[in-house]
Design a protein. Sequence first.
Length: 454
Amino acid sequence: MFSRILIANRGEIALRIIRAAKSMGIEAVCVYSKADADGSWLRLADETVCIGEAPSADSYLRIDRIISAAEVTSSDAIHPGYGFLAENAQFAEVCRDSGFAFIGPSPEAMGLLGDKVSCKNLARKAGTPIFPGTEDAIDELDEAVEMAELIGYPVIVKAAAGGGGRGMRIARDEQELRAGVISARQEAEAAFGDGRVYVEKFLEQARHFEIQCIGDSHGNAVHLYERDCTTQRRHQKLIEEAPAPHVDPERRDQVAASAAELIRQANYSGAATVEFLMDREQNFFMLEVNTRVQVEHPVSELISGVDVVAEQIRVAAGEPLSITQDQISVNGHAIECRINAEDPDRGFMPQAGLIECWRPPGGLGVRLDSHATAGYRIPPNYDSMIGKLIVHGPDRATAIARMKVALEEFEVGPIKTTIPLHRRLMDHPDFVSADFDIHYVERWLEDPSVATKA
Ligand code: ADP
């Protein structure tokens, strides 16, 4: 097992990794930027190294400085967290070539699953349900048109190298499709240096459903069942829960097993999430595979009892997974609310500055993963998420009730956060009934009177 892990990240996920490492008897080293010099998580690290200025391009994205920091601190592994360099295959390769274990998949597995075309092809073999569409990147515009006629409009043009929603175009007729292929190619070429695009069916009304998987280097892969992340705004998840409400258990088990099989076929070691959209008839279509630990991993931990970050560390050290599939079952219901320093009344404008008041909630089934404290000054340079409030209960109704109490207790000021929004969402009829799709929050924010269905 490792003796020292360097954490190439910041904030709540750095804290999460420190906690996992320490609980395994491993020391934690943190790199940080000048903007984070007062970060509360740094006080818990065994050693810290400043790697540069506030902009992430000058610090958290500097591969050379992170590797130097690992060398001078005699670390033996590097955990990338999420965001920053977590899904950068070149970083994984440099870590390996420099003699540090990368706590994540091999660059080969990351490349295979990170490319949407090769990922879809592997999914086809593993029996993971995918969207109907072109098998490979399209060469000729006519190929796109033929496929669209076969599967029916609307369709979506997507970039093989896509990420962050770039290189995507929805097309409702042939004219839009021809224009969409050309502009998606240009955008993908500019953003990723890779203009390959493909076409698949576009689903209008869907829920977001994802399977947490973990694989090891001994050919094992398990899943920790699913999460529902339908409560989002502009493709940013706001609330995640596990298990997904009202999903046929047999169908769910099949999809989960197929996701684990996909990971196994990719020779994948580490945590991965296979994301799907689900239609009203409970058909599933794979969106993509995220090759990192995700923000919402705690809900899966609470229902399964598995420490996802500890398993990541274990398998990166070459050990087998500590659990087998038949030891994993769903226990109760968990919900996570992302606490962002944003002002929902002003277009979700990010709020940097001093947190004067920070009164966190507590009690049975309440978990708070956060680096924030009273007196913490939120730097303007990074993501606005300052914590995650997660609750667990025997069933969904109890989890919602506990979340409501926790959100009532939670006081943060004077900066604005998403806490008041979450309080309202916990009473939203579409959330309570879980009769929703990924655009319900947007529709409701535009016109609050639509939340009167119940
Ligand atoms: P990226 O990697 O750029 O984030 P994704 O493949 O994850 O791209 O897609 C981003 C979002 O676009 C999804 O969360 C989903 O809301 C929407 N989307 C992607 N593909 C489809 C599709 N075939 N039908 C409907 N919506 C889609």
